[in-house]
Write a protein that binds this ligand. Structure first.
Ligand code: DHB
Length: 576
C-alpha cells in the first residue's frame, strides 16, 4: 500500500498542475472542497470568492505549448480590438498563453462566498476564443482584484454581485498543435469543448453551486459566434463522436448522450457567425461601394472586383434558401433585407436618443473613435460627416442605406476579398483568417466556401479544384463531406432553422452600428433566425449605437436583462 501511494505521489509530482488534477479516480466529478479562497474587493467592499480549477474532459488533448500560436494567422481583418478599443499585442488575435498542455480544456469556476449553498443561481460561462482562436482558460478573478458591479465594462463584477457562479473556460480552436504534431483545434473542436464544459456543469449540478438549468454562455466576436452556435445546437447528436473522443461528461461507452448540453441564455457580442456564407453576405452588402480608399489595395484590382461580384451574386439564393421571415412576417430576401437592416439601425438611433445621446444633424459631424486600416489601433476621436441619418423632432425620419454603409466603410477600412475565406484563392498570399479552423488535423488550412474553393489557385495546398479535381459542390457531396460538416457544426444558422435542437430560450445579442468585421446582413439574418425560432421565449437582438467591433460595453443593460429573464423563468428545477 505504502509503495503504491509513494509511486502515485512520484508520478503526480512530475505532472503539470492540470495533469495532476486530471489524474484522479473520476476526473469528471466535482470536489466541492477543492478550492482556494480569493480575496477581492467588489465596489470597494471586501468579498471572498471560491476558486476552482479543473480539466472538464476525461481524455484531454495535450497541446504542444512550444508550438502554440506559431501558425494560423489573425482574422483576415486584423486582430480583434478589445472592449476598450486597443488591439491585442501579438498580431495573432487575442490569444492568452499557457505553459500547461491541458489548459485549453480546463476551466476556472468562481463562486461568491454568499452563493456557496445556492443551487438556483445562474452560471455565467465565459468563452474567450476571440478571432475563433484557441484559448487556454483565463484566471479572471485574482487575489486582490478590484471589481465593480456598476461599471459598464466589468461583466465579471456584475455577475459576482448578483451572486452568479462565473466560469472562465478554455477551448481548443485554430492556431494550436498537439504533442503528436496535429492541428488540434480544427472545427468543431471549439464548439465541442464548450459543450463538454456545459456537460461537466450539468453532470455535477447536484454538488456544484448554481443551477445547470441557468447556464448563460457569453463571449465576443469569435466568442460571440461560439456562444450563438452552442445556444442554437443544444443536445444535437451531431457533436457526439467528438464529445466521445475527448471523454466528455455524460457520454456512455456506446457513445450515447446521458446528459443534456442545452443552455438557458446567451449574451453574445458581434458574433462572427455563419462563416460559410459570410463572404457572400459581405460582398452583397459592401461590394458595390468598395473603393481604393475604403478597401485594402489588393481588394480593388480586377481579379478581386470580379471575385466580389461573383460572391455577391451567390448571396440571394442562399438567403432565400433559409426560409426566414422579417419582423413583418414577409420572407427575408435580398429585397427585404436592406429594410430589415435599416429598421435595426433606426431602432438603435432612437434608443440612443431616448438615453440622451446627442446625434448630429444631417450635414454635421459625428465624433467617433475612428479605426484605420485592418489591424490598426484606434486613431482617436475623429470627425465624420453625417450624410445618411435625418432626425426631426427627436425622431429618425430617414436613413440612406447606401450612404450609411459607405460611412461605416469610411470609418474603418473594409476587409479584403474574400473577407473570411481568403487563403489560397484569388491570388491572395499567406494563411489568414478563419481558414485554419477548417480541414483535417493534418493540414494547416482549407477553404470553407464555394467561392474560395472554386477559386483556389494554390497548387499543393489540398484545397480547390486544382488539387482535388472537384468543384465545391462535387467535393462536399463526396469525400469532402467532413469539411461541409465542420462548417455546419460551428454555425448557429442550420440549427436555428432546422428546429430539431434544444435552442436556448433567451438571447441577448449586440453588434455595433459601425462594426464592419462582418456584414450587417449576417447579423440581421441571425436576428431573424432567432426571432423565427419557436423555442425562443425572448430575443433582445439589437445594433449598439456607434459601437465598433467590441463587447461587454453595456454590462448594466445586459445584466439587467439577464436578471429580468431569470425572474421571468422562475426557479429552476432542482438537480437530480
Ligand atoms: C474576430 C474578428 C474578425 O474579424 C473575425 O473574422 C473573426 C473573429 C474577433 O474579434 O474575434
Amino acid at each position: 500500500m505504502r509503495l503504491v501511494g509513494l509511486l502515485a505521489f512520484t508520478c503526480l509530482a512530475g505532472l503539470t498542475p492540470l495533469a495532476a488534477k486530471a489524474a484522479g479516480a473520476d476526473t469528471l466529478t466535482f470536489d466541492p472542497n477543492s478550492f482556494t479562497t480569493v480575496h477581492i474587493t467588489l465596489d470597494g467592499q471586501p468579498m471572498e470568492v471560491r476558486r476552482y480549477q479543473m480539466v472538464y474532459v476525461a481524455k484531454p488533448v495535450e497541446i504542444d505549448v512550444t508550438k502554440r500560436a506559431s501558425l494560423g494567422g489573425a482574422p483576415a481583418g486584423g486582430p480583434a480590438p478589445t472592449a476598450n478599443g486597443t488591439a491585442p499585442p501579438n498580431g495573432q488575435g487575442p490569444m492568452a498563453s499557457s505553459t500547461d498542455p491541458l489548459a485549453w480544456q480546463s476551466m476556472y469556476v468562481y463562486v461568491p462566498a454568499t452563493s456557496t449553498a445556492d443551487a438556483k443561481t445562474a452560471i455565467i460561462l465565459q468563452v474567450n476564443n476571440g478571432g475563433w482562436m484557441a484559448s487556454p482558460a483565463r484566471d479572471i478573478v485574482r487575489e486582490g482584484a478590484a471589481l465593480s458591479s456598476t461599471s459598464d465594462t466589468d461583466n465579471t463584477g456584475a455577475a459576482l454581485k448578483a451572486g452568479y457562479v462565473v466560469v472562465s473556460a478554455g477551448t481548443r480552436s485554430r492556431g494550436i498543435v498537439d504533442t503528436k504534431g496535429d492541428w488540434a483545434g480544427k472545427a468543431p473542436a471549439v464548439v465541442v469543448d464548450a459543450k463538454a464544459a456545459i456537460r461537466y456543469l450539468r453532470k455535477n449540478d447536484a454538488v456544484m453551486p448554481g443551477s445547470a438549468e441557468r447556464i448563460v454562455i457569453t463571449g465576443t466576436s469569435g466568442g460571440g459566434g461560439l456562444s450563438a452556435a452552442v445556444s442554437a445546437s443544444g443536445n444535437s447528436p451531431d457533436y457526439l463522436p467528438e464529445l466521445a473522443a475527448i471523454g466528455a461528461a455524460g457520454i456512455d461507452a456506446a457513445g450515447r448522450s446521458t446528459v443534456r448540453d442545452d443552455v438557458f441564455a446567451t449574451i453574445a457580442y458581434c458574433p462572427i457567425n455563419d462563416l460559410g456564407h459570410a463572404d457572400a453576405a459581405y460582398e452583397w452588402q459592401y461590394g458595390g461601394l468598395r473603393t481604393a480608399s475604403n478597401s485594402p489595395a489588393s481588394a480593388v484590382d480586377a481579379a478581386h472586383q470580379a471575385g466580389s461580384k461573383t460572391l455577391a451574386e451567390a448571396y440571394p439564393a442562399y438567403l432565400e434558401s433559409l426560409g426566414l421571415k422579417d419582423a413583418s412576417g414577409a420572407p427575408l430576401t435580398v429585397a427585404t433585407l436592406p429594410a430589415a437592416i435599416v429598421a435595426m439601425v433606426k431602432a438603435s438611433a432612437e434608443d440612443a436618443l431616448a438615453r440622451g445621446t446627442k446625434i448630429p444633424a444631417l450635414g454635421e459631424d459625428f465624433e467617433i473613435a475612428r479605426r484605420g486600416p485592418p489591424g490598426a489601433a484606434s486613431t482617436g476621436v475623429t470627425k465624420l460627416k453625417n450624410d445618411w441619418l435625418t432626425i426631426e423632432n427627436g425622431k429618425v425620419t430617414a436613413i440612406d442605406y447606401g450612404q450609411y454603409l459607405a460611412f461605416v466603410a469610411a470609418n474603418q477600412t473594409l476587409k479584403g476579398v474574400p473577407a473570411f475565406d481568403s487563403s489560397g484563392n484569388t491570388g491572395n498570399k499567406g494563411v489568414t483568417g478563419e481558414n485554419s479552423l477548417f480541414g483535417s488535423a493534418k493540414v494547416q488550412y482549407a477553404n470553407f466556401s464555394a467561392y474560395g474553393w472554386d477559386h483556389n489557385d494554390t497548387a499543393g495546398d489540398g484545397s480547390g479544384r486544382d488539387d482535388t479535381g472537384k468543384d465545391w459542390a462535387a467535393y462536399t457531396a463526396g469525400e469532402g463531406a467532413a469539411l461541409a460538416r465542420q462548417i455546419k457544426l460551428v454555425s448557429p444558422i442550420p440549427y436555428l432553422t432546422s428546429r430539431t435542437t434544444t435552442v436556448a430560450p433567451y438571447w441577448y445579442v449586440r453588434h455595433g452600428t459601425i462594426d464592419r468585421d462582418t456584414a450587417f446582413a449576417v447579423q440581421a439574418t441571425l436576428a431573424a433566425a432567432i426571432n423565427n425560432n419557436p423555442k425562443v421565449k425572448q430575443a433582445n437582438v439589437k445594433l449598439a449605437w456607434m459601437r465598433g467591433h467590441a463587447g461587454d460595453y453595456d454590462v448594466q443593460e445586459a445584466y439587467g436583462w439577464l436578471a429580468s429573464v431569470l425572474r421571468q423563468a422562475g426557479d429552476p428545477k432542482p438537480a437530480t
